[in-house]
Design a protein around this ligand. Structure first.
Ligand code: NAG
Length: 179
């Protein structure tokens, strides 16, 4: 609780003591308590608790070949609060409008490159490139303003075929920060 409501409680309590028994003061006290309770529930509005959307998923299959500009289907769900991530499509569908932190890491196979993008509603937001050298790793960490129903995925970025290194080395996560 912030210092202001504590002060308000003390102030109202002392008035109530001085004018004990007067229903008007009791009414003021009750109103103050109602306002404090309302302030506290507003603080919880920002989904700091269990219903804040959040997901972490990884690719644990061996080395799948990805052909064309399609989402990478991270098969292994580590966390999926509010069920925004769908492993059958690879998309995170935004359950609640707000500011989100999104991150992803990809690894290319030893000796072959892998191109990916972080895609929002079919648009490439940022690009990732796993180099040909000994399995190249690349990560992205970005903050996005997302609207309920938006679809975000890690997408293969070129039209040909490339192999991605799974085994838990590629992962995708995101969480709601605030309104
Ligand atoms: C990428 O990460 C893997 C696993 O840690 C490592 O074996 C590989 O050498 C890394 N690639 C480069 C280019 O550093």
């Amino acid at each position: 609780m912030t210092p202001v409501p504590v002060f308000v409680i003390m102030f109202v309590v002392s008035i109530s003591v001085v004018h004990a028994g007067r229903s008007c003061e009791n009414q003021i006290f009750d109103n103050m308590i109602d306002k404090i309770v309302a302030l506290q529930s507003n603080a919880n509005d920002d989904n700091k608790g269990k219903d804040r959307p959040a997901f972490t998923v990884s690719l644990t299959t061996s080395e799948p070949t990805i052909t064309g500009k399609v989402p990478i289907k991270f098969n292994n769900i580590i966390l999926n609060r509010r069920s925004g991530y769908d492993p059958s499509t690879g998309y995170f569908t935004v359950p609640q409008t707000g500011l989100y932190h999104i991150s992803a890491t990809i690894m290319s196979r030893n000796g072959a490159a892998f191109h990916a993008s972080l895609d929002k509603n079919g648009q490439d937001i940022v690009l990732m490139y796993g180099t040909k050298i000994n399995g190249g790793n690349e990560s992205t960490n970005i903050v996005l303003e997302l609207t309920k129903g938006d679809k975000v995925c890690v997408k293969h970025y070129i039209s040909g075929s490339e192999v991605i290194h799974g085994y838990g080395y590629c992962y995708f996560s995101g969480y709601y920060i605030s309104k």
